[in-house]
Design a protein. Structure first.
Lengths: 505, 349
């Protein structure tokens, strides 16, 4: 048996006290096509970056081509023949095709002088291997997305590559281009080059993969041959709904309450167009859609971070322009951002600082000075309300686990007593138990009469914690219905744009 | 009883203890080496006088540091204030000195105006245009000095009216009036940084400006307030320099910026933003003053002194950096250990 290209053993990795990967084992053999699946925040990008030597791992060992590493640098990883093609392809747009393709080779083989002829020869032979013809002198910025990808692949194979890792290679290219890409990948496979493919799109995955690997909350949950894999279980394995949750029922159906938040024809140039919806108090409206669907921009626009360029927002039936965060806060709108660690939480500051950050102007005494006592009272109150294990309010936020950190961000906003709460993927990267607890908190808030807009990727989350769902695609709302009236699989297909009416009949 | 002491100890910053120890050790070392000269009342008095200017500049840079910025232009703002006031006094002072009171009041107005304008210029380029603070203030440092140079043709302004000199040299008991005013102002700034909503937001912005943005905190306003405060404090230092030295020069005190950077880093106010206690600054100011006076008494050349300060700065930043990375590494290891133990427990069950 040929030796493995890559062998990971017990790899663990943590960021500022939060573990992201836990004892991951993975083996990749020559000529294998492996698909790596996982939700946002499951740890798959961290895994890629560990294999490519960008991140150091905290425990475990990596064996590449029979050599064992306890510390792996990017240089070593490349020297061992591992190449990563990131989502943005990392190409130099201001250089020509030939220069881009030859760049890595030159850097790695310490070529001190640039020879245009050498670049072109190298580029020509690399492109020949992919079977695509690109003008060598064209500036890369003039190429299409798919062509840029070809440049990135050619750049990878002009070195002695053994494993190519592609991060979401099919998100931005057309169906025809995808087929072309697969052809190239199969060609690589015949040469004994292994490919690791990171993707969500099930159909594609099944068409090309030999093996499927699923990672969830930093743990490898599935490692199976593609033909043995029960495809209807993919979503289950990715989201891991082990704890059955009560569904959410909107109580106000009969009362015909007036919408608390109503949006009409809202547009933001380059992000979303003509979005309309309304949310009544007590309702949870789920907004979903793939990467680039415009839903994060919509959320940020509701909070005044990126004010909409046209359209109207009504709050309590009154037209209320939201041009800044100040406007949003004045109208008691809160926003829980997508990335807890970089956007929601001040990791190196205390619990009290984090809890008080949205309302600090109100926590003052008669002299206008911050009252330490009130900050402490506030922290203690939200720690209890959100069922966190009690800690002193000066404890640093980085000392808490992912689930508790998300509660801190929730608490920061709840302290501002919002009426409208926009939550963007509130349970990404949170363990299963905390996840269902956070869902319970959200449902509880709705029961208290808040209007909630829940942006989410997680179909299970939408099914369990919303009463209406809205799907966005390319900045437009393409679907809206009561959650009860849609099945989980229909929703799934609609999100990836694969839903066909005939399939129902 | 025990828990209350513990709680009290927890509230005391580690850096405060370190700095206090350092200051005491240096003080004792100076007494041993040059006790006779060091402890002389005149020496103590001149130390108290001298720490005012670098102290004010350290207060400016400390503020900028907390916001994850830097303000290199402070000394030239002070000089610009001195030069403009010097020219104004030279041209407007009546020969009989009858209008001196009004002119000195005008000096204060000019100082506030210059400080405010310079602060706004810095904040505008940093916040509205989005250029790195270090580049902006390096540029404005030269700009402000250039203006002062043009106004004076490189000459020093001097011979200020007597009331200003009297004010600059006044004593309240054994303590110089200027030092006393400086300490009051410092105490006020400590309250501003540690106890006002602005101060909290300043530290939060320095620690993670993205989070404050997503929290609806107006980062731009914080940046403006910070650089304006820094400009005003620097302008005040300009008045102090006039009163104390009876002169104003476009390129006076060029080593002050560096000394202020060192003071802040020593106090644990990290250039990486958001961390450090403003109230530790005074200990660090005193420490640096003892060192600098010590060098003088020991007849160590100022040339060597500068390079020793340089080494100290790099060293403190290095220690700061290492202790931070060590901390995160420790945290990560602990998290994984905890998790593995939990896993083993599960396996046993």
């Amino acid at each position: 048996m040929a030796e493995h290209i890559l062998e990971l053993r017990n790899i663990s990795k943590a960021f500022s006290g939060n573990r992201v990967l836990n004892n991951v084992d993975l083996i990749i053999d020559p000529g294998e096509i492996v698909c790596l699946c996982g939700e946002n925040g499951s740890g798959k990008s961290t895994l890629i970056k560990i294999i490519s030597g960008v991140y150091t791992f905290d425990a475990g060992e990596v064996t590449i081509n029979g050599r064992c590493y306890h510390r792996l640098s990017a240089r070593q990883s490349i020297a061992e023949g591992i190449q990563v093609i990131y989502q943005d392809f990392s190409v130099f747009t201001n250089l020509s095709v030939a220069e881009n393709i030859a760049m890595n080779y030159r850097v790695h083989n310490k070529k001190r002088f640039i020879s245009d002829r050498f670049n072109r020869e190298l580029a020509r032979s690399a492109l020949a291997q992919t079977g695509v013809d690109l003008p060598l002198d064209a500036m890369v910025e003039q190429l299409s997305v798919a062509e840029k990808q070809i440049v990135a692949i050619s750049r990878a194979i002009c070195q002695d590559v053994r494993l190519i890792i592609m991060d979401e290679p099919t998100t931005a290219i057309t169906q025809k281009e995808i087929e072309k890409l697969f052809e190239i990948i199969r060609g690589l496979k015949r040469k004994g080059i292994a490919v690791m493919f990171v993707s969500h799109k099930l159909d594609e995955v099944m068409a090309i993969c030999d093996r499927i690997v699923i990672i969830r909350n930093g743990v490898m949950v599935v490692d199976s041959q593609a033909q043995d894999f029960p495809r209807e279980k993919l979503v289950f394995f990715m989201t891991g709904k082990e704890i059955e949750e009560e569904g959410f029922h909107y109580a106000g159906e009969e009362t015909e309450a007036k919408p608390l938040l109503q949006v009409e024809g809202l547009s933001l140039a380059g992000a979303f167009t003509d979005v309309s919806f309304s949310v009544r108090p007590g309702e949870i409206l789920a907004v979903t859609g793939q990467l680039g669907s415009g839903r994060t921009e919509l959320a940020e626009s509701l909070f005044g971070l990126r004010p909409a360029t046209s359209g109207t927002i009504y709050i309590d039936g009154v037209e209320t322009p939201i041009r800044s965060c100040r406007d949003a806060l004045d109208n008691r709108i809160a926003y829980l951002p997508e990335d807890r660690l970089s956007e929601g939480l001040m990791l190196r500051r205390s619990l009290g600082d984090n809890f008080s950050s949205a309302v600090i102007d109100k926590l003052t005494n008669r002299l206008g000075l911050v009252s330490e006592k009130r900050v402490e009272e506030l922290s203690v109150r939200w720690m209890t309300d959100l069922k966190m294990s009690p800690k002193h309010y000066t404890t640093l936020a980085s000392d808490f686990s992912g689930g508790n950190q998300q509660r801190i961000v929730l608490g920061k906003w709840l302290a501002s007593e919002p009426r409208i709460f926009v939550l963007n993927c509130p349970t990404v990267g949170v363990d299963v138990k905390s996840k269902s607890e956070i869902h319970a908190i959200i449902r509880d808030l709705a029961a208290q009469g808040l209007a909630i807009v829940l942006m989410s990727d997680d179909v299970g989350e939408i099914m369990a914690s919303s009463n209406r769902v809205l799907i966005m695609q390319g900045g437009r709302v393409v679907f809206e219905n009561d959650t009860e009236k849609v099945s989980e699989s229909e929703l799934n297909d609609r999100i990836i744009g694969a839903y066909r009416e005939e399939a129902v009949k | 009883m025990k828990t209350t002491t513990k709680r009290l100890l927890r509230r005391i910053d580690r850096k405060t203890v370190q700095l206090l120890l350092l200051a005491v050790v240096l003080f004792v070392v100076m007494i041993i080496l040059k006790g006779d000269k060091f402890l002389r009342a005149k020496n103590i008095e001149s130390m108290l006088f001298q720490l005012v200017e670098p102290g004010l500049f350290a207060m400016c840079i400390g503020l900028a540091y907390l916001s994850k910025g830097i303000d290199l232009s402070v000394v030239t703002i002070a000089n610009l204030v001195g030069v403009v006031n010097g020219i104004m006094l030279r041209t407007c002072l009546a020969p009989d000195g009858s209008n001196v009171g009004m002119l000195l009041a005008l000096c204060v107005v000019i100082a506030v105006g210059v400080g405010l304008t310079c602060g706004i210029i810095n904040a505008f380029f940093i916040s509205n245009i989005g250029i790195f603070p270090i580049l902006v203030t390096l540029g404005t440092q030269n700009l402000f000095m250039g203006i002062a140079m043009m106004l004076t043709q490189g000459r020093a302004e001097g011979n200020f009216p007597q009331p200003l000199m009297d004010f600059g040299n006044a004593m309240v008991g054994p303590i110089p009036l200027l030092t006393l005013l400086f300490l009051l102002l410092y105490a006020l700034m400590c309250v501003v940084v540690h106890r006002t909503p602005y101060g909290r937001k300043l530290q939060w912005m320095g620690s993670n400006s993205k989070v404050t943005w997503y929290t609806g905190i107006n980062n731009r306003r914080i940046t403006y307030v910070t650089y304006i405060l820094s400009g005003l404090l620097a302008a005040l230092a300009g008045l102090v320099i006039m009163a104390r030295t009876n002169s104003a020069k476009a390129d006076y005190g060029s080593t002050y910026v560096f000394q202020a950077l060192l003071t802040c880093v020593l106090a644990g106010i990290s250039p990486l933003g958001g961390t450090g206690k403003y109230y530790n600054l005074i200990l660090s100011i005193i420490t640096i003053q003892i060192t600098s006076t010590g060098f003088n008494l020991l007849r160590i050349s100022p040339l060597i002194r500068d390079s020793i300060f340089g080494i100290l700065l790099v060293l403190s930043i290095f220690i700061d950096y290492v202790s931070q990375t060590q901390r995160t590494r420790r945290l990560n290891r602990a998290a994984i250990r905890q998790l593995q133990q939990a896993g083993e427990k599960e396996a046993v069950e």
